[in-house]
Design a binder for this molecule. Sequence first.
Ligand code: KIV
Ligand code: NA
Length: 265
Amino acid sequence: IKRITTHTLQEMKNRGEKISMLTAYDFSMAGIVDAGGVDIILVGDSASNVMAGHETTLPITLDQMIYHATSVVRGVKRAFVVVDIPFGSYQGNSSEALRSAIRIMKESGAHAVKVEGGAEIKESVVRILSAGVPVMGHLGLTPQSIYKFGTYTVRAKEDAEAQKLIEDAKILEDCGCFALVLEKIPAALAKKVAQSVSIPVIGIGAGPDVDGQVLVVHDMLGITQEFKPRFLRQYADLRTQMLKAVENYIDDVKSRDFPNEKESY
Ligand code: KIV
Ligand code: NA
């Protein structure tokens, strides 16, 4: 199997082939997502919500992200694996940013890191890139800044914020980022950004006119419940199927149907 690289992804944008990206946080799920043929697997800090049950992405630690990333990398043969640097491990201190990125790359074997923000974190981005670590940017609704925003609604609807986002995208491209995620912004703005930078732009709630799409795998498989934003298309109802399986198992145990003779030694 030929591995996906930053080079492959750039070629996909150049020829207009859409890039598919999903999250994964563990070996088993990563193996399924990779076997399905997804181009990029993101070890997102959404693990804080999906895996650990926190309300935000802020509490997850660098050690915990490395544990998830290590498990994912072991399950992947083809996809390009990107790991979120968690809140508090790169902002405002480029030395710490570099140290965090190097720990992720060295200890997990992942292929790139992702950070949230533009101009504010430029130094950190440059520093990480200078070590030869590919960096993916993330603009728009950046969940590590949720307490600054105060709401999970669409970002950059106002001209000033939209203008800053366009400038930030340009800054990240100029720094040398290999790709960008745009989260929950107007489709027209996302289209403009995707056209104005040459690197791949991956959207989540950013409309169709970007170079690829990303979703949280537990959301698109219907494992998570309450989270149902407009941008989420649910491709399976695994929660219902899993519930049924658990209930059937309990019934079989209680009724002494399980295990039967063939299932015993
Ligand atoms: O952590 C995450 O899952 C993400 C994606 C939603 C882009 O950052
Ligand atoms: Na994230």
